[in-house]
Design a protein around this ligand. Structure first.
Ligand SMILES: *[C@@H]1O[C@H](CO)[C@@H](O)[C@H](O)[C@H]1NC(C)=O
Ligand SMILES: *[C@@H]1O[C@H](CO)[C@@H](O)[C@H](O)[C@H]1NC(C)=O
Ligand SMILES: *[C@@H]1O[C@H](CO)[C@@H](O)[C@H](O)[C@H]1NC(C)=O
Length: 321
């Protein structure tokens, strides 16, 4: 009994890793704070570094502060206009905000917070999210600030996972009950820990948790109090970004309001498979029904594959001389 306790304690120690946690819904959003608590409870050394304000849909944009103080209030008015453009929670120097985008918040963490304040270089993993809202298909992959943070980490050679949730409730974390087991943020946080710990377990003695240039994008279904089907522990399904039901944004004009709104639009181009696995379903299919989460592996090698290049290059053939 004592021996097995010791073994599990040792296992916990050997798997304790350094994690940079970020998002696009701001550093005071309920989902990221729940993930922070759970990753720390799992024994990891977690640095939460995220935008001071809502940056959904900012993709990989790399905004940096151009003033040393904030010109407007941060998300939920938690940090006020006139306060520094970056800083940490007064009672927790592992929780930082930055007047930037998700992508630049990752750089702020890796290039400033860790080296300057903690004399540390690098992290084992960047976790982005969980986002409030799904990010399905290449159509949302390129738009999402949550995924933008993850692919910026991967650009730097840092393994990264983006998490996107179906819960449509972007709440100030202090208004979200982290002791409520039906709170979607709490359930998502447990799922984050599950996949992160599995990666670290598989990593063993390897220096990297994921291959160079590869990241993961996870989408989680409605759970807990927001699920109508009692979904509290969604299963994992390996997926690809492209495939059936994959959609991207288009416009709808509203005659009454005289304004445009976002309309999801499926297209053959988004369902077309060029690089993904032939044996797995699309993210959109998996999230369309059931208590399942999609897990897609992406690469930052955006070049078309060799055969596509060879097939397409002749179209410009005479230009290449
Ligand atoms: C910073 O870390 C390096 C490498 O671990 C160490 O050699 C150095 O003494 C540390 N510097 C300070 C000021 O703690
Ligand atoms: C959103 O969160 C708030 C605060 O936790 C809660 O009162 C409200 O019921 C939630 N709304 C939904 C739709 O879950
Ligand atoms: C169009 O705009 C009107 C007025 O703002 C709104 O009530 C209505 O729901 C909108 N219709 C659609 C289909 O979004």
């Amino acid at each position: 009994m004592k021996f097995s306790l010791l073994l599990s304690a040792l296992a916990a120690i050997t798997q304790a890793k350094r994690i940079l946690l970020t998002n696009d819904d701001s550093f005071v959003a309920n989902n990221i704070r729940a993930a922070y608590v759970s990753l720390k409870d799992a024994g990891h050394d977690v640095y939460l570094v995220a935008p001071v304000s809502q940056r959904s849909g900012w993709s990989g944009k790399f905004d940096i502060p151009y003033t040393t103080t904030l010109l407007t209030n941060g998300e939920f008015g938690y940090v006020k206009a006139g306060e520094p453009a970056w800083g940490h929670e007064p009672n927790d120097d592992h929780i930082w905000y930055f007047n930037g985008t998700p992508a630049s918040s990752v750089a702020f963490g890796l290039d400033y917070v860790l080296p300057v304040h903690f004399n540390l270089s690098g992290v084992d993993l960047v976790v982005s999210g969980p986002n409030q809202g799904l990010n399905l298909s290449p159509g949302l992959f390129t738009i999402s600030g949550t995924i933008g943070a993850a692919y910026n980490a991967v650009y730097r050679g840092v393994p990264a996972i983006a998490f996107s949730g179906s819960n449509g409730n972007n709440t100030f974390y202090e208004d979200s009950d982290l002791n409520d087991p039906q709170n979607p943020s709490v359930i998502y946080a447990a799922k984050v820990v599950q996949i992160v710990n599995q990666l670290f377990k598989s990593q063993g003695d390897n220096p990297r948790a994921l291959p160079l240039s590869i990241g993961i994008s996870v989408n989680l279904p409605k759970v807990g109090s927001q699920s109508t089907t009692g979904c509290n522990d969604p299963s994992w399904v390996a997926t690809r970004l492209t495939g059936a039901k994959a959609s991207g944004p288009s416009l709808a004009f509203n005659e009454t309001s005289g304004l445009f709104s976002w309309k999801d639009r499926e297209s053959n181009a988004l369902s077309n498979r060029i690089s993904g696995s032939v044996v797995v379903p699309s993210e959109s299919e998996v999230l369309a029904s059931g208590c399942r989460s999609s897990v897609s592996f992406f690469s930052i090698d955006y070049d078309a594959p060799y055969w596509v290049t060879e097939q397409t290059k002749p179209l410009l053939g005479s230009l290449f001389g």
